[in-house]
Design a protein around this ligand. Sequence first.
Ligand SMILES: [Zn+2]
Length: 284
Amino acid sequence: MLRGERGLAVALDLAFWRGVRSAATPVEWERIARSSYSVLVYHRLAGQGKRGQERIDLAPERFRQQLDVLRRFGFRTLASPDVIRFHSEAQMSMPRRSVALTVDDGAADCLVPLRRHAGADVQLFVPTREVGGAAHWLSGEPLLTWAELRLLADEGITIGSHARHHRRLTEWRADALAAELTGARADLRERLETSSELLAYPYGDHDLAVRGAARAAGYLGAYTTRTGRNGAGTDSFCIRRVSVHADDGRLAVLWKCLTGEQLPVGWLRLRAMSRRVRDARGRL
Ligand SMILES: [Zn+2]
């Protein structure tokens, strides 16, 4: 590693720990860590870096490294029932370093990586009427079929509802909204004999009417795309998640687990700078 690069690597580490320290006092941090959890959200696991999907498409090897670092740092992954119980039972506290891993959409490329890490309590959310088709919201990427979803469910992956169609729920009329939400649960029950109690709002889009309709459809909670940690006071229909990006390394994923937030701007700037130095070196 060149001197300039080494300096940048040290600066990146410092930025991380400064950020962690400034997020809370030690006492606050202890309380936060014991009574709350973060949720990571992934989308594609192919690492193709297609235009427009560079951030949300992780290489399977990077996904493996991230799960590995969480394991090494003692994070416990939460299954759907853990999340539901935390929000419904006042006395329940989370073990320290709890994190839920979610994957939205059901892109076909997730099949192999998710099967490989079937023990990681991943929660996969699919739009049930798009299953086996092409993702119109993701440049037509192929989606998992029901047979593949069955395979994943049999291996321990929880398959949940991402509504029926991948459309913004706030844009449906009331009767269609109810059909989207109730229907997706019915589809999952019929095709996989599974009861989906958590919903992931497509595009994270929701409002009072959507949350009410979700409750009425029998869901017990729902994931948004708003960032932050989730505590006992978090509305279970407004569970926060933070998106993991293709270039998130070891520290970045730890940061997201600890804070539930995107990386600080200063850190992103340093990372971009570090990448430019590396690319320039590669061209020499
Ligand atoms: Zn989605």
